[in-house]
Design a protein around this ligand. Structure first.
Ligand code: 3H9
Length: 701
């Protein structure tokens, strides 16, 4: 057949093998190969056909790189039709992850078997798409409408045992030799006279669907959509599966898939898919850079951050030792971890015995001598450079040679911390985001002397604990927090100019931010920013600047923890409520400063808050702090809940057009002063050249 798809007869069973690394995506050669093999098998001595894959996984979906390019024949629909119409049984043999178009291929087969470690799923929604090769029509026919909606709208993969219960697969076969197991299963089916079972022939009894089911589903999904448009269309497709015959349902699915695949939302989400994978790659570091073994980890500091980080490692079976200054602090830290795990168990996301296993992996000590044998230390104490330096000097004296010494600092100078040791090559920043066991981002901060293998190891271990890693060089706040400065500043200045807190936050939340900046300030504690500002000498001398944030703290309104901040909070539900007192105070303060308040459009709110992010992002690029524009997008989507459907701040800027962003910043400079608005040289350069950040990024290699 071809190198990519081969076909052989094993006894009376024809075996089609796909071999298209890394993930057997359905590129044109794969589609053509499968089509040819199925067609050839119709006329040979085979009595049934097994479709299997080489390498690490069954087909993991359509080839995402082909989207947006002219279609190439044969289309996936033709391949699926050939499989489903085969006059011999076709059996999919699944290992790894059968995802998206890959799982849809298996659904066109008459039977599906899998090894126990396999997973199946339709993750298209995570790319702003819907399953476009029959998934929305076939899954409800075999698993039921509700299960189909949950699976397709969440995009989460399903483990083989559960998939078996749901009817998504028919048989679990021996792990050791899937091919032999699948061939045997095929033989058994032939011998038992199993029918050519085509999912398309099943009809769904509309009477079994509760009235209002689809409307309710739409409403619920809309609440979490954050600018994503696929969920609503997924509901429409599943509705079509109930109401329309198969061919019409497929047609509806196709139409809606095509709408999504050409949408800016899906383009942004595909950008993030590739950006996430790219971010883990360090320029100049060979793929085969050696990595150090990480079998045991120590965390210095058992606070919220340290506890969350400890959980990340225990969750992947790596033992952790938590170091605290005294027994009381240690117990407190360990208790917080237990409490967090208990919540996970209560939510049904973890078995109680698994919780005990994980807790068993986390031990505590107050003696640094107990961490002499660990492979990685992550310091997670509060932000005090001198104290951090002391701790690193101590680590230097107790830790074994080759141990990686990381700091979780959000701001401090990683180079200064490294210099407190005799082994700066082993020191770097590993900046987690709170809550560390939940948030996906890990900023890996490269010190001037950090060794290549230390960086490679950190990227690898970051992936192992489920994080999305992005590399930053050392600067105040690294990539994420450094960019945030102007965003928070403008949110508060907008109040002085005439907005209410609700107006600012609502504009940003309608754009898709998980939470507006003022509500976020209330959540984090307004006193945190207040204290940080007191130590700064670089802030412009402007009475408007952070005026409301400062006054609220001085009134004891520190945010959610004191029951009020920019908003009031319901004592029981924690629901935020606009506070007329704050709104009146804003007006009074503006009057005192002779600021003429005016109506401000949502568009201006977005521009004033986001353009400083973009502008600082440009500086971060020109200084080489971030490796590429798409890394910044990754940082913002995974660490700051920037809506993935907008693709991150740099991608968003490219969509607006850098000339438009640049011109607006110049306009703001005229209106609001150059102490706040100075276009970055790179932004100016690209705006003048009519280029995008993405183009600049590819030119840099
Ligand atoms: C779809 O199927 C639409 C259909 O319904 C309808 C069609 C008409 N295409 O993630 P990794 C690359 S939509 C192209 O690091 P892992 C990836 O970029 C698709 N490339 O590995 C990376 O490249 P590089 C629905 C792909 O072991 C390399 O493979 N399917 C694709 O951690 C390794 O990837 C999905 O959304 C692809 N489909 O995880 C599944 N997938 O080495 C998307 C991967 O140059 N894929 N690459 O950086 C995944 O979730 C993970 O890759 C997977 C493996 C779990 C499979």
């Amino acid at each position: 057949m071809s190198d990519v798809v081969s076909y052989e007869l094993i006894g009376n069973i024809g075996v089609i093998s796909v071999n298209h690394p890394p993930v057997n995506a359905l590129a044109q050669v794969v589609r053509e190969g499968i089509l040819n093999a199925v067609t050839a098998a119709q006329g040979d001595a085979s009595e049934a056909i097994v479709l299997r894959c080489e390498g690490r996984t069954f087909i993991a979906g359509a080839d995402i790189t082909e989207f947006g390019k002219p279609p190439k024949e044969p289309g996936l629909a033709a391949v699926l039709a050939a499989i489903e119409n085969s006059n011999k049984l076709v059996i999919a043999a699944i290992h790894g992850t059968a995802l998206g178009g890959g799982f849809e291929v298996s659904l066109a087969c008459h039977y599906r078997c899998a090894i126990a470690s396999a997973k199946v799923g339709l993750p298209e929604v995570k790319l702003g798409l819907l399953p476009g090769a029959g998934g929305t029509q076939r899954v409800p026919r075999i698993a039921g409408v509700k299960a189909a909606l949950d699976m397709i709208a969440s995009g989460n993969p399903i483990a083989a045992d559960k998939a078996l219960d749901m009817g998504l697969i028919d048989e679990i076969v021996e792990e050791a030799d899937l091919q032999a197991g699948a061939v045997q299963y095929a033989k058994d089916l032939v011998e038992s006279g199993a029918p050519l079972r085509r999912i398309r022939d099943i009809t769904i009894d509309a009477a079994t669907i509760e009235p209002g089911f689809f409307d309710n589903a739409r409403k619920q999904l809309a609440r979490r959509a954050r600018g994503q448009i696929a969920q609503d269309k997924i509901v429409s497709c599943i509705e079509a599966a109930v109401e329309l015959p198969m061919d019409k349902g497929l047609q509806r699915e196709r139409e809606l898939f095509l709408e999504l695949v050409t949408s800016p939302e899906s383009a942004a989400m595909r950008h993030i898919f590739f950006a996430e994978r790219q971010a883990a790659k360090i320029k100049g570091l060979a793929k085969d850079t050696p990595v150090r073994e990480i079998n045991k980890v120590a965390i210095i500091g058992g606070g919220t951050m340290g506890g969350g980080i400890a959980m990340c490692f225990a969750n992947v079976d790596i033992p952790v030792v938590m170091v605290e200054i005294n027994d009381e602090a240690l117990q407190r830290g360990l208790n917080i971890i237990r409490k967090n795990y208990k919540i996970t168990v209560q939510k049904g996301k973890l078995d109680a015995d698994k919780m005990e296993d994980r807790l068993g992996l986390i031990t505590g000590t107050t003696d640094y001598a107990d961490i002499a044998d660990v492979d990685l230390v992550i310091e997670a104490i509060f932000e005090n450079l001198e104290l951090k330096k002391e701790i690193f000097a101590k680590l230097d004296s107790v830790c074994k040679p080759g141990a990686i010494l990381a700091t979780n600092t959000s701001y401090q100078d990683v180079n200064a911390i490294a210099e407190a040791t005799s082994r700066p090559q082993d020191v770097l920043g590993m900046h987690f985001f709170s809550p560390a066991n939940v948030m996906k981002l890990l900023e890996v901060v490269r010190g001037e002397k950090t060794a290549d293998d230390v960086l490679a190891t950190s990227m690898k271990i970051g992936k192992k604990i489920g994080k999305v890693c992005a590399l930053s060089r050392v600067c105040y706040g690294f990539i994420g927090n450094r960019m945030l400065g102007g965003y928070g500043r403008e949110a508060q200045l907008l109040l002085m100019d005439g907005c209410t807190p609700t107006q600012v936050d609502s504009a940003l939340e309608s754009f898709g931010m998980a939470m507006g900046p003022l509500a976020m300030g209330d959540l984090a504690g307004l006193d945190v920013g207040y204290k940080a500002r007191q130590g700064r000498t670089d802030l412009p001398d402007d009475p408007k600047l952070y005026r409301m944030g400062n006054l609220l703290v001085e009134m004891g309104r520190h945010g959610q923890k004191t029951g009020s901040g920019f908003y009031k909070y319901d004592a029981e539900t924690r629901k935020r409520i606009s506070d007329p007192e704050v709104e009146a105070m804003i007006k009074q303060e503006a009057a005192k400063l002779n600021v003429e308040q005016r109506d401000i459009s949502d568009q201006e709110i977005l521009q004033r808050c986001f353009y400083p992010l973009i502008n600082e992002g440009a500086r971060i690029l020109e200084e080489g702090i971030a490796q590429r524009p798409s890394d910044i997008d990754v940082v913002y989507v995974f660490g700051y809940a920037f809506p993935v459907a907008k693709g991150g701040p740099m991608h968003y800027a490219d969509q607006i057009g850098l000339k438009n962003v640049y011109d607006k910043i110049c306009e703001f400079r005229e209106s609001y002063g150059e102490q706040y608005w100075q276009p970055a040289p790179l932004l100016k350069q690209l705006a003048e050249a009519g280029k995008t950040f993405a183009e600049w990024g590819s030119e840099q290699g």
